[in-house]
Design a protein around this ligand. Structure first.
Ligand SMILES: [Zn+2]
Ligand SMILES: [Zn+2]
Length: 275
């Protein structure tokens, strides 16, 4: 992202945030709850009353993949930053270029794009152009399914995706102000997370899950009582065991994963029908 682009994104985001906090749309200026089929707008993602699946098509061409996903990410991060966005590489299918699930209150959006979507499904009547797929659920119930639409990629999408999809020139793409679990779980943040996390009262509210493996150093043993003491302390104080474990004279390795509060990636089943 160039400095100019960053500045532009900052301005847009600030406008978005300010409008959003008042319940209005930074794009069209109307209430986030307002719907008019004649005025297609990205705030339809919030499912204003009367917005139906058939209207979704009106957004095609107006917004491309990056614009739609950026909006969903910004919205999600107004509620519970990072946790609401599952964009984890380790959970993504290898065949997919894009696979993201984003949650905001009772709404869940998922984006999916494979190489065959970018190329267009050649022998198919529908979708024989560069596109991506989109799913929207309300209260966990289907509203828009992946197979319902082939959403055209814009030229800028195709170009950006080609950049992300190559390895010769190292580039890093991230959604400014729309960071998700992938950036939270990057290597340089792990230590910070372990040091600064508190135990969630309820596992379903946990953003991260720490799996700590304690093994004895060569020629030594670990006392089970010491471990039990630390587990007890963790329960009592809310300090994650992963952090306390470093007090043990032992090898301690912690693997950080997305916790139960992070939405599950909504997978696209790869039957012919779904294309
Ligand atoms: Zn709007
Ligand atoms: Zn497709």
């Amino acid at each position: 992202m160039s400095e100019q682009e960053m500045k532009r994104t900052d301005e847009l985001y600030n406008a978005f945030k300010e409008h959003f906090s008042k319940g209005s749309c930074y794009k069209c200026g109307s209430s986030l709850k307002a719907f008019s089929s004649k005025k297609p707008c990205i705030h339809w993602f919030l499912r204003p009353k009367d917005f139906k699946k058939k209207h979704f098509k009106s957004l095609f061409g107006l917004y491309g993949y990056f614009q739609m996903e950026a909006f969903a990410r910004w919205v999600a991060n107004q509620d519970d930053p990072v946790t609401n966005i599952n964009d984890l590489d380790m959970e993504k299918s290898e065949k997919k270029i894009i696979e993201t699930t984003i949650k905001y209150k009772h709404i869940e959006w998922s984006f999916s794009c494979s190489n065959s979507d970018i190329e267009g499904h050649v022998n198919s009547q529908q979708g024989n152009f560069p596109h991506f797929h989109f799913q929207m659920r309300l209260d966990n119930k289907p509203f828009i399914n992946y197979k319902d639409f082939h959403i055209p990629l814009k030229d800028e999408d195709i170009w950006k995706l080609a950049m992300i999809n190559q390895t010769e020139i190292p580039i890093e793409h991230h959604f400014r102000y729309g960071e998700g679990m992938q950036s939270a779980l990057s290597d340089d943040t792990l230590e910070f997370l372990i040091d600064n996390s508190e135990k969630a009262e309820n596992e379903s509210e946990a953003t991260y899950k720490f799996n700590t493996i304690v093994t004895a150093k060569q020629g030594q043993t670990i006392s089970g009582d010491d471990i039990a003491d630390l587990i007890e302390e963790s329960k009592r104080t809310g300090t994650p065991f992963a952090k306390l474990a470093h007090r043990l004279v032992a090898n301690v390795q912690t693997i950080v994963k997305a916790g139960d509060a992070v939405p599950e990636l909504a997978k696209r089943t790869s039957t012919k029908k779904n294309k």
